[in-house]
Design a protein around this ligand. Structure first.
Ligand code: ATP
Length: 701
């Protein structure tokens, strides 16, 4: 193993260094009593035992753990503040118990009255696992007093009092009821993440609170985070009270790489095996990577090296957004005693989640970030360094149930050079979906109160896109069209709801539903590194020369017909979980279509119809060969003029001559720019299905 990866500069945990300038009330945990509780726990073996508990297989005394949390210890003071203030910001260390304890403390006092308590989370895995944990702590079933609501899954009932839900789900509820009357208390958690949905929710909740307070139907709002920019939030919420909770659970020792790492995937594998041979097996690892493909590659490498490496047996668990929920939860399952669990995750494991017995975090310091081009509306994905706040959150995952360590594969200098906080997503992301939601709730986009307003150009570009999608009447007077209203019925991006809603016109709703469903799930192909050739060969039987979309459709159709699905997937190197998840999604999309009285037509093998239908929603994602010739190895120019190559995994890769025009699903920027999930189209189709955009696009090219 290369020795340069062994050298980490040790540094003291600096999690307290965040500068909080706002006037604040400090609530301190009594150091001695906290220490004693911790020591007692350890003496009881409740934090240090070797048995790894799955989420619902509670081996520790949850009530003891609960009572040792800083938030629990000062709960009476916190309650006092919450009673006094309609709006409050609560800052507390990662792991201090904000997300699991505050809702319970409120509910124990019945502060929610006849309403419910909503706790928003930027990510579904956090919403689900938190609800499961809190249900266990409250000794109740999920869906009873505690529940969760995430896209495509609602585990609540009329008697649910504490609801963990994604910010996107609360936004959808706001379309039906902008005053969110179902809730008497709304907790906006992980405020520092500044996702576009959370930023919009800040505004919706602020307006709802103002109006409801006038009508005597009060709404309490609590904003929580470990690392947020307090001054900005305090100004936005009219100088509301800030409660700063001092006190932590377990220390995390931070190590930085001494030298810059050129190949982080390689560094990750080296770091894992260096630590693997020197750390006890019950210290599980959590590794932060940037995406599914990378996770699969690293996973394959670990499995390969593990065969010859000394040290305990290894169980590798992936965790990324597109993984079907049931598979995500496997991360919380116990492993046999003496086995090391290594979780390979994207930033979805960064905030709010607790994976028991993770004592070692290995952080690449990178994240895959979505941004977009105002002019053409095309989106792109880039791998970029994450903010300091994100780095602290990641490190915090190591100190949840015991003291831990975080190994950063970047230097201290690199860390210090990073921005303190995440750039709000609203500044860099496409806004069409958000604006559609706002317009649907009856809000006026130009006067809507946002903490950080996106540039007027960006808003205008998104309104133009909505106009071209047929969702609004005009960009200057944004009113929903009949089509736009229907689009809001689907919990998916407006580009994809447009595809579904255009399908009857192209006679292909059956196929469009399957395609959108399979594209909403994650990669269906499973390509283990050591069996790459077999996997590539197996893929051939599904490949269409028309491109990856029809290839995906072929896979999905054959999966639906296969009698022994698991076995069939194994034989064909396909991901059974992702395909099953696609089936669930299709089911739900179909139910919405049926509610809208749409007729389910099929185009059979007339795939031109399906591709035109796909283009009617994804028209911003076209690329052309330059002057009819590809430049270099399959290079195309996107609508913004950026050069990009077909991804080597595309079924069009290597086709001679290359199709003059293609439709892609995503533009990925790694060392090169790649078009992902690509189909050949006829250049004139763009004019047929999106004439306004085609004219605008030609003028810009
Ligand atoms: N699923 C779980 N299994 C075991 N312990 C858990 C679980 N969820 C929470 N805990 C315990 O409760 C503690 C508090 O978790 P909680 O999510 O409430 O903290 P938090 O202050 O909201 O942290 P963050 O800012 O990171 O979201 C954890 O550190 C851990 O000790």
């Amino acid at each position: 193993m290369d020795s340069k990866y062994a050298s980490y500069g040790k540094e003291k945990d600096q999690r307290n260094k965040f500068d909080i300038k706002a006037k604040k009330i400090k609530l301190s945990v009594d150091g001695n009593s906290f220490k004693n509780v911790k020591e007692n726990n350890q003496a009881n073996g409740s934090c240090n035992n070797n048995t790894v508990s799955a989420l619902n297989e509670v081996s520790e005394d949850v009530q003891d753990v609960r009572k040792s949390l800083p938030v629990y210890i000062v709960r009476n003071r916190i309650l006092e503040e919450i009673r006094k203030n309609n709006t409050m910001i609560l800052i507390g260390e990662t792991g201090s118990g904000k997300t699991t304890q505050i809702p319970q403390i409120l509910h124990e006092q019945r502060l929610e009255g006849n309403g419910a308590i909503a706790v928003t989370q930027p990510r579904r895995v956090a919403a689900i696992t938190l609800a499961l944990r809190v249900a266990t702590e409250m000794n109740t079933e999920i869906g009873s007093y505690v529940g969760y609501s995430v896209r495509f899954e609602d585990a609540t009932s009329p008697k649910t009092k504490v609801i963990y839900l994604t910010d996107g789900m609360l936004l959808r509820e706001a379309i039906i009821d902008p005053l969110l009357k179902k809730y008497s208390i709304i907790i906006l958690d992980e405020a520092h993440e500044r996702t576009v949905n959370t930023d919009v929710l800040f505004g919706i909740v602020k307006l709802a609170q103002k109006e409801r307070n006038c009508k005597g139907n009060k709404l309490k709002v609590i904003i929580m985070s470990a690392t947020m920019d307090v001054d900005t939030f305090r100004n936005y919420y009219d100088n509301c009270s800030v409660v700063y909770l001092e006190g932590r659970t377990y220390p995390v020792t931070i190590y930085h790489s001494k030298t810059k790492q050129d190949d982080y995937q390689y560094s990750v594998v080296c770091a894992i095996f260096q630590l693997h041979v020197t750390t006890p097996a019950n210290h599980h690892f959590l590794v932060f990577l940037t995406g599914q493909e990378e996770i699969e590659t690293v996973m394959a490498n670990i499995k390969q090296i593990a065969k010859e490496s000394p040290g305990p047996p290894i169980r590798v668990c992936p965790l990324y957004a597109g993984l079907p929920p049931a598979k995500q939860l496997l991360v919380w399952k116990s492993v046999p005693e003496g086995t090391r669990k290594i979780v390979l995750a994207t930033n979805i494991a960064e905030a709010s989640v607790t994976i028991p017995h993770i004592k070692c975090v290995i952080d690449t310091g990178l994240v895959k970030e979505r941004s977009w081009c105002n002019v053409t509306g095309a989106e792109r994905l880039r791998i970029v360094p994450c903010s300091q706040a994100a780095c602290w959150q990641r490190a915090g995952r190591a100190g949840r149930t015991a003291p831990g360590s975080a190994y950063r594969l970047y230097t201290n200098g690199d860390f210090k050079a990073r921005p303190q906080h995440n750039t709000p997503e609203i500044i860099r992301c496409p806004l069409a979906a958000t604006l559609l939601m706002l317009i649907a709730t009856g809000m006026e986009p130009s006067t809507f109160p946002l903490i950080d307003a996106p540039s007027p150009d960006s808003v205008q570009a998104s309104l133009i896109l909505l106009k071209e999608l047929g969702a609004i009447e005009s960009e200057n007077n944004p009113k929903l069209t009949v089509l736009g209203k229907k689009m809001t019925a689907f919990p998916i991006d407006p580009k994809y709801s447009k595809v579904i809603l255009s399908a009857p016109e192209h006679g292909c709703l059956d196929e469009a539903l399957s395609l959108v469903a399979v594209m909403s799930s994650e990669n269906v192909f499973h390509t283990p590194l050591h069996k790459r050739e077999e996997a590539v060969k197996a893929k051939q039987k599904f490949v269409s020369t028309l491109g990856d979309h029809i290839t995906l459709l072929n896979v999905f159709k054959m999966f639906c017909k296969a009698p022994l699905k698991k076995q069939w997937c194994k034989e064909n190197y396909l991901n059974h979980k992702n395909l099953s998840y696609a089936c669930d999604i299709r089911h739900q999309l179909l139910a919405i279509c049926q509610k809208l009285n749409m007729e389910v037509s099929s185009c059979g093998t007339a795939f031109d119809q399906l591709l035109k239908c796909l283009l009617s929603g994804l028209f911003t994602n076209c690329a052309w060969t330059r002057g009819g010739m590809t430049t270099g190895a399959g290079k195309y120019a996107t609508a913004s003029g950026a050069a990009a190559a077909l991804h080597p995994a595309s079924s069009l890769h290597g086709l001679r001559p290359p199709p003059p025009a293609v439709l892609y699903t995503e533009l990925l920027h790694t060392r090169r720019a790649y078009l992902l999930t690509v189909s050949a189209i006829e250049p004139h189709w763009l004019h047929q299905v999106a004439p306004e955009y085609a004219r605008r696009c030609r003028a810009n090219r």
